[in-house]
Design a protein around this ligand. Sequence first.
Ligand SMILES: CC(C)(COP(=O)(O)OP(=O)(O)OC[C@H]1O[C@@H](n2cnc3c(N)ncnc32)[C@H](O)[C@@H]1OP(=O)(O)O)[C@@H](O)C(=O)NCCC(=O)NCCS
Length: 233
Amino acid sequence: MNDSVIPPGEVHLWWARVSEAEPHLDRLRRTLNSEELERAARFRVEGAARRFIVARAVLRSLLGRATGVDPEDVVFAFGEHGKPRLAAGGPFFNASDTGDFVVVALASTELGVDAEVIRPLARRKQLVRRICTQHELAAIESVPEAERDAAFLGLWTCKEAALKAVGTGLSGGVRNIEIDLRPDGPPQLHRLRGEVEGWTLVRATLSPEVVCTIVVRGDGPQVSIRPWNFQST
Ligand SMILES: CC(C)(COP(=O)(O)OP(=O)(O)OC[C@H]1O[C@@H](n2cnc3c(N)ncnc32)[C@H](O)[C@@H]1OP(=O)(O)O)[C@@H](O)C(=O)NCCC(=O)NCCS
C-alpha cells in the first residue's frame, strides 16, 4: 500500500495503543525535537507524557513517510490557535489522543479529528447544559439513560472535530457548532460557524471502546482505518 500520497476524497485514519509502544519508547522519543521533549518533561502525570511522546512520534513517522523525510526532520508550523501543519507543505493532518489511544488522520484537504474513550461521566448533566444547543439537548434526552454518556461523548467528538477542522479549537465556541444527532442514521453537521457548505462529518469505528469523528473539507470521503504497527515502523 502506497501511503505517501493521499488521493482526493480519501481520509487515512491511523490509530495506535500507547501501551503497545512501551518496548519502543526510547526509539520513539529520539524522533522528537527539543521543544517536544521539554513539553513531555512538563507533564506531571507519567501516563500523559508517554501518550504525548507516542502520539507525536506516530505523527512524525506518518508525515515523514508522506513527504519523504526522516521522522525527526519533519518541521511543523502552527496556526493562530495552535493547529499544527507541515511547514514545507504536504498532506493535511490532525491528531487526537484519549486514554490508551492515539489517532492521526491524513487527507488532501483540511480536516479535524477527535476521539474519546467511552466512559461514565460523573458530571454529564452539567456538561450537557454547558455544551449543547436546545436541539442537541433534546436529542441526548431522547436516548435511553444507559446510553447517554456514550451519546454525549459522540456529540462532543463531532463538535471538537469541527472546531479542530477550522483550526480555532475550543476557542471557536462549542455552541457555534450544531450537530444533528439522528436516531436512524449517522450524525450530521448542521451548523458550523453559520455555514456547513463544503464540510463533511464522518464517524470512524476503530474500536468499540472509542468514539471517533472526522470533519473534512469536501463531500463524502472514503475513510480507511489502519492500526499502527510499532514493530515494523
Ligand atoms: C486544541 C484542542 C481542541 C485540543 O483538545 P484536546 O481534547 O486536549 O486534545 P486532542 O487530543 O483531541 O487534540 C490534540 C491535538 O490537536 C492538535 N491541535 C492543537 N491545537 C489545535 C487547533 N487549534 N486546531 C486543531 N488541532 C489542534 C494537535 O495535534 C494536538 O496534539 P498535541 O496536544 O499532541 O500537540 C484544545 O486544547 C483547544 O481548543 N485549545 C484551545 C486552542 C487555543 O486557543 N490554544 C491556545 C494555545 S496556542
